[in-house]
Design a protein around this ligand. Structure first.
Ligand code: FMN
Length: 197
């Protein structure tokens, strides 16, 4: 069996999605994948970032994590995305990155890859499901194979039960979340390995 290559791609302003992505990367490695943990570049103006201590501190904290490139997307057999909810869809930083991938899409380099997503929002029902589904709509255009967690593991009955992908309230990522993310990452690795043969 070939070793599946998984890109864990995230954007995080205040840290929650960074924590989720780190947990996903650890779990995917443990499940036997080769993993790249990569972050989506900040697009907000420097003066805006520097105007908020928490935002600036998080950006500094991630400075040793490479910024995702088209080459990472081409390299991977499967993707684990983690990104915040903004008004019911993903943060614009994520959309800005996705909008650079037209060339890869055109040459078929995004097709037949597995994809799963997670998110966080301030409120318990602040748009988490809609955010994940909006990403899934996009990756259907790529020809990706969506690996949703469903309720195929008991942890989904403990973690709030979002069957589209793990979601949490901002700043509330804890032990149950970690187990749920580990399950989702493991499932991604297993399905990717099956497809790779
Ligand atoms: C512009 C903006 C829009 C947001 N929209 C929503 C929203 O619609 N619903 C919600 O519950 N939280 C919303 N939030 C809160 C974010 O989802 C929250 O900051 C994020 O989940 C934290 O993730 P992070 O720590 O990885 O940055 C919004 C935040 C910002 C800055």
């Amino acid at each position: 069996m070939t070793t599946p290559k998984i890109a864990v791609v995230f954007y995080s302003t205040y840290g929650t999605n960074h924590q989720v992505a780190q947990a996903a990367a650890d779990a995917a490695r443990e499940a036997g994948a080769e993993v790249r943990l990569v972050r989506i570049a900040e697009t907000a103006p420097e003066e805006v970032v520097n105007g908020q201590d928490a935002w600036k501190a998080q950006l500094d904290k991630m400075s040793d994590i490479p910024v995702v490139t088209a080459e990472d997307m081409e390299w991977a057999d499967g993707y684990f995305f983690a990104a915040p909810t903004r008004f019911g869809v993903v943060a614009s930083q994520v959309r800005a990155f996705i909008d650079t991938l037209g060339g890869l899409w055109q040459k078929g380099a995004l097709a037949n890859k597995t994809f799963t997503a997670t998110t966080s929002a301030q409120n318990p029902h602040g748009g988490q499901e809609a955010t994940i589904l909006s990403l899934y709509t996009t990756v259907m255009h790529w020809g990706a194979i969506i690996v949703a967690p469903g309720y195929a593991d008991p942890v989904k009955f403990e973690d709030g039960g979002n069957p589209y992908g793990f979601s949490t309230e901002a700043g509330a990522f804890g032990d149950t979340g970690r187990r749920s993310v580990a399950y989702q990452a493991r499932r991604l690795v297993e399905m990717t390995a099956k497809l790779a043969g």
